[in-house]
Design a protein around this ligand. Structure first.
Ligand code: TRP
Length: 344
């Protein structure tokens, strides 16, 4: 049986994704992740969670953790996730994630984790002072995904490697425990117009919450004034906009603003260029500012409204956790039996 190729997974398609509750979501998170979640919930069964276990891998103030979880949840809701359609929950409310992660820690190989570039980036020069949790972070991520037997995982390009690791873990588990096809081999969904939103101050680096300049990003909670000011101040070059997309090569800031415009308007970048060809940023920026305010402004407003009533948010998270456990618990029970636990 061991030599048999795992049977293809024949279960149903299921989307799962999560965001770490580190506060300060921005336009990059919105276009790269949140918009996709809201769209996918109507295409497949969808599970979206807040990764508060992952937050502990780096020091997080206990006083802030819970409010950060509520803030991400508010962002999910404000950007269109519907708790009647998608299952929305906090990772810490579903203990099956951590239990499965232990088993996966024993499936994943040190050599696999040694190759993870996100760990290298986050640990920097002080690897020996990083938490062990930061090192096994991608193993917990694999458990997040596979405890629901998710088949599709919308994430940023930077998470592709973690998805490959998830597939390796699924495959090795299925093989080693002679359970062909038990776990699906999930697919990363990284495509989309908002896949890579860059800093407004430097087109060569990604928009990030850790950038010291607040002008480098549009936060989901920024008001209309802040949004238009940041776009007005965005770094550009002195040239006019070309007709063809290829002619934007070597102009990262111009490329980014055209890309942001296109993603916010739901149009292609080429389409936007066709409209602005031969014009400068004096023309594009005010229109981009209006567009950004009209899309992002209401999201910030809705988040503030939701956050004023944490009881409602907690109710949604409570109901979501119950539904999530209905799927996660049977998977974990089966895994315990497969690995031969006494309690399995
Ligand atoms: N690592 C992801 C990120 O930084 C967050 C995350 C944790 C996640 N668990 C996940 C994303 C499971 C998708 C699926 O963006």
């Amino acid at each position: 049986m061991t030599d048999q190729a795992p049977a293809p997974f024949t279960g149903k398609s299921r989307v799962l994704s999560g965001v770490q509750p580190t506060g300060d979501l921005h336009l990059g998170n919105y276009l790269g992740a949140l918009v996709k979640f809201a769209r996918l919930q109507h295409e497949m069964e969808t599970f979206i969670f807040v990764a508060d276990l992952h937050a502990l891998t780096e020091w997080t103030d206990p006083k802030k953790l819970k409010s950060n979880v509520r803030e991400i949840t508010a962002a999910y809701l404000a950007t269109g996730l519907d708790p009647k359609v998608a299952t929305i929950f906090a990772q810490s409310a579903v203990p099956e994630h951590a239990e499965l992660a232990w088993i996966f820690n024993c499936v994943a190989r040190l050599g696999w984790l040694d190759r993870m570039t996100q760990f290298k980036d986050k640990a920097g020069k002080h690897k020996e002072r990083s938490s062990v949790g930061l090192y096994t972070y991608p193993v917990l991520q694999a458990a997040d995904i596979l405890v629901y037997k998710a088949t599709h995982v919308p994430v940023g390009e930077d998470q592709r490697q973690h998805l490959e690791l998830t597939r390796d873990i699924a495959q090795k588990f299925n093989h080693d425990f002679e359970a062909p096809g038990f776990f699906p081999l999930p697919e990363a969904l990284t495509q989309g117009p908002g896949a890579r939103i860059m800093s407004l101050r430097d087109g060569a680096v990604k928009m990030s919450k850790s950038d010291p300049s607040d002008n480098s990003r549009i936060n989901l909670t920024d008001d209309a004034d802040a949004i238009s000011q940041k776009i007005r101040k965005a770094k550009t070059d002195a040239e006019l906009l070309p007709e063809k997309l290829d002619d934007l090569a070597g102009r990262p800031e111009a490329q980014n603003l055209v890309g942001v415009y296109a993603a916010l308007a739901g149009r292609t970048a080429q389409d936007v260029l066709t409209e602005f060809a031969g014009q400068g940023f004096g023309k594009l920026k005010p229109q981009l500012a209006d567009l950004a305010v009209s899309v992002m402004g209401p999201i910030g407003g809705e988040m503030r409204r939701l956050l004023a009533d944490p009881v409602e948010i907690d109710k949604i998270l409570g109901a979501g956790a119950e539904r999530a456990r209905e799927v996660a618990a049977p998977t974990l029970a089966e895994v315990k039996r497969i690995v031969g636990y006494w309690a399995g």
